[in-house]
Design a binder for this molecule. Structure first.
Ligand SMILES: CCC1=C(C)/C(=C/C2=NC(=C\c3[nH]c(/C=C4\NC(=O)[C@H](C)[C@H]4CC)c(C)c3CCC(=O)O)/C(CCC(=O)O)=C2C)NC1=O
Length: 162
């Protein structure tokens, strides 16, 4: 089950039958103190998602062998599938950032993804490069602090694929 920063610390305290310890409380403090930042960033990302993806694709994939005949993004259908995948990554990373917890990514994005990519010949290195470009473009838009918050979850997807 996907959880958030609060249920994560509560569940682990409950397993031990204890109140939250100092480390758990510090985690919650960090989560609450960045709350407004994360909510604001998610609003900006939502309003600019398609532009972010377009720019990230231009920075990382366009004019490479991947978009030429024989490349995995060649043909409108496959190009659109790639854009859609990047859109999923940004949207789910935004959910995870709001939750302050990556478990939603394991559950709804990464589960079986690597196997699917391998069986379809979707290049993972190029995908990770594109996700890193999404990270940079997003940080440029939301600023360095919020960029770090969303970056954690885009990196989580990149590592999960690698
Ligand atoms: C929300 C969870 C979720 C994810 C993550 C997801 C990913 C996903 N991407 C797919 C395909 C694909 N993904 C890509 C992506 C790319 N090709 C490249 O060269 C680029 C590097 C890269 C974009 C960055 C492409 C081109 C396909 C189509 C491959 C094919 O059918 O030949 C497929 C196979 C089925 C389909 O075509 O729709 C899945 C399941 N689906 C989901 O439901």
């Amino acid at each position: 089950m996907a959880q958030d920063a609060i249920t994560a610390v509560i569940n682990s305290a409950d397993v031990q039958g204890k109140y939250l310890d100092t480390a758990a409380l510090e985690k919650l403090k960090a989560y609450f103190s960045t709350g407004e930042l994360r909510v604001r960033a998610s609003t900006t990302i939502a309003a600019n998602a398609s532009g972010i993806i377009r720019e990230a694709v231009a920075k990382s994939l366009l004019y490479s062998d991947i978009t030429r005949p024989g490349g995995n993004m060649y043909t409108t259908r496959r190009y659109a599938a790639c854009i859609r995948d990047l859109d999923y990554y940004l949207r789910y990373a935004t959910y995870a950032m709001l939750a302050g917890d990556p478990s939603i990514l394991d559950e709804r994005v990464l589960n079986g993804l690597k196997e699917t990519y391998n069986s379809l010949g979707v290049p993972i290195g190029a995908t990770v490069q594109a996700i890193q470009a999404v990270k940079e473009v997003t940080a440029g838009l939301v600023g360095p602090d919020a960029g770090k918050e969303i970056g954690v979850y885009l990196d989580y997807i990149s590592s999960g694929l690698s």
